[in-house]
Ligand binder design. Structure first.
Ligand code: WTA
Length: 634
């Protein structure tokens, strides 16, 4: 059994021990798993190359730990509950024995298509149990899965397939979210036309949408499964063999494939799941994220299954058929632990209390928040109306790169403070640094958040570009992992995350690089140049504000907005559509040609009282014009 912290004093002791003797601390956690061969070195690291290796020499398969080892005691326990988009459609439940069988069969399907250890497989799926089956089967045969969120466009999908040279794509005919239909296979076909490395495509028939199947490439999921044997032995993986790649946005350039490896990720997600949420046997755990993001990987699939938990997968959206959908879901499935994003809470807050009428939420014990800073108002609303004042909220701070939660209260253990992620978990040696990289000791400080010692869940590289991994995360501050987030430590030593300090924006919990949106905008025929920044948005957390220079003669403002927004949706995905487009005659540039985004950010935020030094601009007068223009569209 994974060690469970059961009091604040025990947390403090565990934390101290994890700092004093990290290797012994993590050995104890790792020893609770099933290994084909134990490791001979717990940790081998430096942050200069960087090189991060945990449980070196160990051999294991993560799916034996998610599935096989639970069969004896919980074969008949529900592993996955699936709640469909339409509440009138049938719920599905898979026991551990059934999930194991599906994963074994699908592993054999993968092997029959010549997918082997180290091969990359792209998964572009709706939120259905088969998505988890596909991920786990990849892990069972040693293939590296790359799940792409099913809201991405065909060109984003094909970029990701090509970056990792995936040989197989697993998708579905289509899906519905609320009333919106999405033709996944059609998007996949467009992507595959640009992705020559794909030799096979498996299509899960989810909605019986009409689709075209290409005879030599496309295979029906069910037909393959019907023929597959249920016998499959998990292959032996080294601790540091890659488990998955997951693309995420950064300040610059194309999205990067964050790479996680097997043992460290397993140990860390399992440990944090159990301790942060204080998961107890038989609890029903519901995380509303999508498996296309890291939260879905770590806390819908791996963390819960490693703990033998029951995990609920929800296909739909919070607002359909009405704004009471989450509350019906909690009532219907007697959810004990509910983990969602602040943007969802804020979007439901506006509907008031009516949607709660007739919904029994008394099963709830713990609430969680993830993905962006939660504002105090939303925190109180969540606590009072969802938790009825007696469920702790664990505000969990972490990132795709960190594999699992790093800063969070432990439910019912850590004293809470609204809008604070509170304290680091055991093993997490956080430091706050100023712009020069000087460590800020003590309380009442604010600066950039770094971590100075590895934890098992830390990403190991960027797929195919270790140099970029180094420059992005380990070069800003010597010997430290730089998170890209700013934070404050208050008088009690509690951490409050203040948001990104780089050019990444967080729109409804989706991480988007401003550069990606700019590239997409600039592709639009009439836009000559653009600069994109985030601005505070009541529901989404941040909205996207695009300043564009364009060839206006051809366009009305309205037409330009519609076309440019549609273009971004097509190139990246609908979630990256700009909220505001401001046409400008010129952008504020320095003599070296750099756009001063700091100024644009302030204008978009509506905080123009102090724009700082503008003397280095080629033409400081453009600032006043942009300021005036901003007021017209605010
Ligand atoms: C932000 C999501 C404040 C943060 C798990 C981080 C948060 C980025 C929180 C990572 C939180 C995530 N409070 N901010 N509780 N959780 N963030 O990679 O800016 O999609 O750097 O991982 O989300 O987003 P990602």
């Amino acid at each position: 059994m994974i060690p469970l912290i059961d009091s604040f004093e025990a947390y403090q002791n565990a934390y101290q021990r994890s700092i004093d003797t990290p290797e012994e601390f993590w050995d104890d956690v790792a020893n609770t798993f099933t290994w084909k061969q134990k490791w001979d070195q717990t940790l081998n690291w430096n942050f200069t190359e960087p090189k991060i290796e945990w449980f070196v020499g160990g051999k294991l398969n993560i799916t034996e730990n998610c599935l096989d080892r639970h069969l004896a005691n919980r074969g008949n326990q529900t592993a996955i509950i699936w709640e469909p988009n339409n509440p009138l459609d049938a719920v599905r439940k898979l026991t551990y024995a059934e999930l194991h069988e599906q994963v074994c069969k699908f592993s054999n399907v993968l092997l029959s298509l010549n997918v082997n250890k180290g091969d990359r497989v792209c998964i572009y799926m709706p939120m259905v149990p088969e998505a988890a089956v596909a991920m786990l089967a990849c892990a069972r045969v040693g293939a590296i899965h790359s799940v792409v969120f099913a809201g991405f466009s065909s060109s984003s999908l094909s970029d990701r397939i090509n970056d990792a040279s995936c040989k197989l794509l697993i998708t579905a005919d289509g899906m519905t979210r609320g009333e919106k239909k999405i033709d996944l296979k059609q998007i996949a076909d467009e992507a595959m036309a640009l992705s020559p490395t794909i030799s096979n495509c498996i299509v899960y028939n989810h909605k019986s949408f009409p689709i075209a199947m290409q005879a030599d490439r496309d295979h029906d999921w069910m037909s393959l499964m019907d023929k597959a044997s249920v016998q499959n032995e998990a292959i032996e993986m080294e601790s540091e063999d890659p488990l998955f790649v997951l693309y995420t946005s950064g300040s610059t350039g194309k999205p990067k494939g964050i790479m996680h490896t097997t043992a460290g990720y397993m140990v860390y997600t399992a440990y944090t799941f159990k301790n942060v949420f204080q998961y107890k046997d038989q609890d029903i755990f519901c995380c509303t994220a999508d498996i296309g993001w890291v939260t879905g990987h770590s806390y819908i699939v791996y963390g819960p299954l490693l703990n033998g938990a029951t995990t609920l997968m929800f296909e739909g959206i919070p607002s359909w058929p009405d704004a009471g959908r989450f509350w019906s879901l909690i009532d219907k499935h007697h959810v004990n632990i509910f983990y969602t994003a602040p943007t969802a809470i804020r979007s439901l807050e506006v509907f008031g209390l009516e949607p709660f009428v007739g919904k029994d939420l008394s099963s709830l014990k713990v609430l969680g928040s993830v993905g962006e800073p939660i504002n105090e108002e939303a925190w109180h609303w969540y606590h009072k109306n969802v938790g009825k004042g007696n469920c702790p909220i664990v505000d969990t701070w972490w990132q795709t790169e960190t594999g699992g939660i790093l800063i969070s209260p432990l439910a019912n253990i850590t004293p809470l403070k609204p809008a604070f992620a509170t304290l680091p978990l055991p093993g997490v040696q956080l430091v706050i640094v100023d712009e020069k990289g000087e460590e800020l000791h003590g309380n009442n400080v604010a600066g950039n958040l770094c971590i100075k010692f590895p934890w098992p869940g830390l990403a190991r590289s960027i797929y195919g570009d270790h140099e970029r991994f180094k420059t992005t995360y380990f070069s800003t501050y010597e010997n430290k992992y730089f998170t890209g987030d700013g934070c404050k430590r208050d008088e009690d030593g509690y951490i409050r995350i203040t948001g990104r300090v780089d050019d990444v924006i967080n729109v409804s919990g989706h991480r988007i690089g401003t550069g990606e949106v700019e590239d997409a905008m600039n592709e639009h025929g009439y836009i000559i140049e653009s600069a994109v920044v985030g601005y505070p948005h009541d529901i989404k957390g941040q909205g996207i504000w695009a300043f564009v220079i364009c060839d206006r003669e051809h366009h009305s403002y309205e037409q330009l907005c519609n076309e440019a927004k549609a273009h971004v949706a097509k190139v990246i995905g609908p979630f990256a559509r700009p909220d505001r487009i401001q046409v400008v005659a010129a952008l504020p540039k320095t003599r070296s040609g750099k756009i001063m985004r700091r100024i644009l950010r302030k204008i978009a935020e509506g905080d123009t009282s102090n724009l700082g030094d503008t003397s280095t601009l080629i033409d400081p007068a453009v600032v006043d014009k942009i300021k005036a223009g901003a007021e017209l569209i605010r």
